[in-house]
Design a protein around this ligand. Structure first.
Ligand code: PAF
Length: 282
């Protein structure tokens, strides 16, 4: 596996491969890799000849500077994992490489639709402008045929698809299923911040979502939400930001049950760590 830090070097390495007709996949990450990321790499390897994984902790998508500062950066461990997974290239640029004028903000304002401002968008103002800004820059650097993202960040994938459609980008977006720990907790780079008690409490999130999924057909929506919220609120140390059963395109709460496109989404602070999770219901 080749480790590359500059856009120029990356493009030089990829050019002959592209010219030979190889399909290029990109797996964008912020590092602190876990099995969820490896499942994206594995899917990318099934669908493309060359897999590039990017590791870049993107400052423009953090609304809280403390969150940016404490974001885990176990680079040696990440490189080992990617080497073991047979990834072809890891792109690890500096902040200056991606944002030459940093910390002066660059112009980036794109219409991501009204779903930008709900759920995560309400709690993390400007977050999806920052996410789409860096994903656009990574697409521009790698020029992938296909890019892979995890369903755990359901709203993020929707925003990236909206960007691709708004800017007519020639890249296919593939969403890969959530990978969970054996007890149900969705894998996340943030899980390493959970202490023993938080780790136990965190299970309430997936339990509430699985409860909704299991009882969706038989119970009214408001009752499902009420009971799932009660499950969360009965666990001390959890502060619920939202729990909703929503339309997967608009992310607005559904009032009546639909046959397809329904997703239950949750975000909560467990101790000091904010976690998100979701389940696609139909
Ligand atoms: O999901 C992430 O890790 C990040 O939001 C992404 C897509 C790599 C952009 O920084």
């Amino acid at each position: 596996m080749k480790v590359i830090a500059t856009i120029a070097e990356l493009q030089q390495a990829l050019m002959p491969l592209k010219q030979s007709g190889a399909k290029i996949a990109l797996v964008p990450t912020m590092g602190a890799l876990h099995q969820g990321h490896l499942s994206l790499i594995a899917e990318a390897q099934k669908q493309a000849e060359i897999v590039v994984c990017s590791i870049f902790v993107n400052p423009t998508q953090f609304t809280d500077p403390k969150d940016l500062e404490k974001y885990p950066r176990p680079l040696e461990h990440d490189i080992k994992m990617l080497t073991g997974a047979g990834c072809n290239f890891v792109f690890m640029p500096s902040v200056k490489e991606m944002y030459p004028n940093y910390p002066t903000p660059e112009n980036w304002k794109i219409d991501l639709g009204p779903a930008e401002f709900v759920l995560e968008g309400e709690f993390r103002k400007g977050h999806y402008q920052g996410v789409t800004q860096i994903v656009y820059k990574l697409f521009d650097a790698v020029k992938p045929d296909v890019a892979f993202f995890g369903q755990k960040d359901f709203q993020q994938v929707l925003m990236i698809k909206n960007m691709v459609s708004e800017l007519n980008l020639a890249v296919e977006i593939v969403t890969c299923p959530i990978i969970r720990e054996a007890d149900g907790l969705a894998m996340s780079s943030r899980n390493i911040h959970l202490n023993k008690a938080d780790r136990e409490h965190s299970l309430a999130l997936s339990k509430a979502l699985f409860f909704i999924e299991k009882n969706y057909a038989s119970q009214p929506i408001d009752q499902l939400i009420e009971q799932a919220k009660a499950m969360i609120n009965s666990v001390k140390g959890i502060e619920l930001d939202y729990l909703t059963i929503a339309n997967g395109d608009t992310l607005l709460p559904i009032e009546e049950k639909a046959g397809t496109g329904t997703v239950a989404l949750i975000a909560a602070k467990v101790g000091e760590t904010r976690l998100i999770d979701n389940v696609i219901i139909n």
